[in-house]
Design a protein. Sequence first.
Length: 348
Amino acid sequence: MASAGDTGDVLLVEKVAALGDPAAYPEPTTAVTAVETHFSWVFLTDRLVYKLKKPVRTEEMDLTSLAGRTRNCEREVYLNRRLAPDVYLGIVDLMAGEDGRLHLSGSGRVVDRLVRMRRLAEDDCLEVRLTRGLVSPADAARLARRLAEFLASLPSLGPVSPVRLRQEINMSLGDLTTACDGCFEQAARRVTAHLLAFLEYRSDVPAHDRLVDGHGDLRPEHIFLGPPLRIIDCLEFSDALRRRDPVDELAALGMECERLGAAWIGPALLETYGQVAGAPPSPDLCAFYRGLRALVRARIAVRHLTETPNRAPERWPRQAAEYLRLADRAAAELTVPSGRRPSSSAAL
């Protein structure tokens, strides 16, 4: 790989414009589709996908330098090869030629680096298949077995912290009570009261007491049933967000499947994990994590309303309401000792 230093002289807008041209790519392509995400620009050619990191800084990562973006690309490839080894092909250089044109082949001065991936068929995506009613019990069983074996194989990184779980709950409550003129406050307080009471009064929580370096963002849109089965887009930028209880990971995916009308998948995931791990998780623990993750997803939805520019602002309140309904449903399943459930005002 060519050597490179920081190259702040080439603006992001110039890179995006150059990568929209099929001539910039080493392999022939009839077209290029550019998709903007929160932290990246993604370019889809006929057969491949290229991901360009934005030069942003957050609490979890600093991508303002070329060195920082390179490290992030390397981390993304390394971590995602665990569940999609043939998808993450490596890292490529974006170079400026002597004529100043930007390209991904040949020689020149390195101005950035991109993750290079195999493009997967949209029809294989779990989210797409769920919306079309095309997921079979055999598909779910194959997915459950792959995830259970992966999560059970990971070394323990220590116990789950109830303090951290409380922080996630209260952070979500804070954002949801102030969003959209307080329209989510009542539901958010009710959910958080149930979740916090469960943490306070159940001595067996969390029952598995095991953190692993997992995926961190198991959602149907990141799963491609194939065959072969591939799971992409783990949270490479944050060790803390990726380190979760396996039951937490699987309950979160089950909750997302429930949102898409396939509530039956969640129990299948957790039952298979219990068989592989040798210790089935309690229904209460599964409901707790489903409620927590739905609450967090509602918080993320309303946070999108503060972004500039705000893409699709009408989408986020509707999505937050969907997740809060799921959180409310899961939280209502929790049991605590008789007479110990606090009122919603106790959630703060």
